[in-house]
Design a protein. Sequence first.
Length: 579
Amino acid sequence: MRLAWLLLPAALAACRGEEAPPPTAAPPTAAPPPLVVEPPVAWSRDIRASEAAVSELERDALRPLCNALKTEDPPALRATLAPDFQGRLWAAAVPTLDDAAVRTARLPAADATLDRAAFAEAALAERARFAVVDRCGLRTFRFLLAEPRLDEAWARLAFEVVGKDAEGHPRSLRAEWVAQVARTPDGWRLKAAAADPGEAVTVLAAPFADVTAAVGLGLHRDAASTEAITAQVDGQRLETVGGLGVVDANGDGFPDLLAWNRRRTLQLFMNDGRGGFLKKDGLLPATAVGYQQLWLDLDGDGVDELVSSELLGCAHDRGEFGVYRLQGDALQRVGTLPFKLSCVDPGRAIYQHISAADVDGDGRVDLLLAGFGNHLSRRANFNHFDGRNGERNLLFMNQGGLKFSEEGLDRGLTGTRFSYVTAFFDLDSDGDQDLYVANDFGPNELFTNDGQGRFQRVLTGPMVENGQSMGLTVADFDGDLDLDLYVSNMYSKAGKRIVPLAQGRLSPETFKTLEGLAAGNTLYLREGDGYVEKATDLHVAKAGWAWGQALFDADNDGDRDLYVVNGMTSHSKDKENDF
């Protein structure tokens, strides 16, 4: 009937012998406006209220959304989105690398704005590229709670899906979302979400295989030790345990493996030259095993010694570290590193790291032991981002014949900032060894060498603007034949949320320090006569709660790749947040 009424004017005109007027063109359908997700004009600076809302958002919407993706549950996914939700995901993937080992693709941001049902369908279509999802994360790293009602917010979210494709290849998808969220009677829901460009990575051929057990490198810990370590981690009294080192213990040209737990065990796995290892333990008393062991030739006789960072004892206000040499199946002490130390409670002093270099150019290897803290260092009034009451760094000058004198203060190495790791390298290309110190609870430090083994602190510049660091790697990262420096820190989503809320209520210096504390890793590249920080530009800043790293050619393609280890665990407390 409606069609007849539409044709009636033309029919009447034809009966009168009139030419029918041209049909009126339908107005063009307007394209939907682009999706814009903007921060609120005013937002709360109440950190507690903001963080409480974040916890509720993750409980009500973000974790359920990920669970719905993992289980491929459309109704559950739609339930995390508001009825009037609008969103944008990705356009078709653009391949960026495809070789025998890995396939990567860029996911450009899409132009189309999707409603609730279409967004859920598109998200599940991306999930369908995974046969199995091992891990899904949607975590908040920026959050602005709108004032005055505090029932809406703007957020930046880190989205990650990790699993395997239909052929069993490891696959990951990572991107950031910007979102508007609102509190409803059913809890927090997403009102809008726009995905930034993402990256999908499929590993076609794993570059490494785990052969630990097959070659005899099992690191076994008895039940009592495991229980003790668990209790310490649960009580936040333990952050590091020990480490690993590759050495040639017997000089046969085959690399051996040294593994240790501080004040517990030191194990040496001897390479049999046929791809297997034979374990030797009981090399040192447990009380002599430090956080680090350094294996090197200290006296130039072609035989390596071992130095442990564990304080052996103290007498007459003199402390000492041990120097050992492998003789048969045990390490025998062949020297000491003595230094001034109050003997009131020598067991309280902790030293984390050992570096070696010829700092005065006399042809002998000198040693730096990084002073950390003690049992009095971190009491109630401790300043976690400007700690100054740790142990000082110790510089042992090699006098020959396994004799050393500690001369750190006399040579300009002042400061007690809880040093975690140090590195000697030629900062200014003048032929001597300068020193970089990564501190756990304060700004990092840089010292230049005058060529005679005396040091001057550098007070300004990018390399001393950040701190709270864990690992150092000195290498040529950009292929210009100059040494660069990569420093591992902590990339903290919570810090990224909280610190901006404090802007204006802290001094500019303190605010900048706190920003740096959560910013992630730093890469200082040599440019001209100085260094510039390039980690964010080169996409190597975000590496989680980073500890150490290694630069090596992982895929044998002629360039060196960067591997970063990270993680902080709640251990047996399964209800605590991991980072």
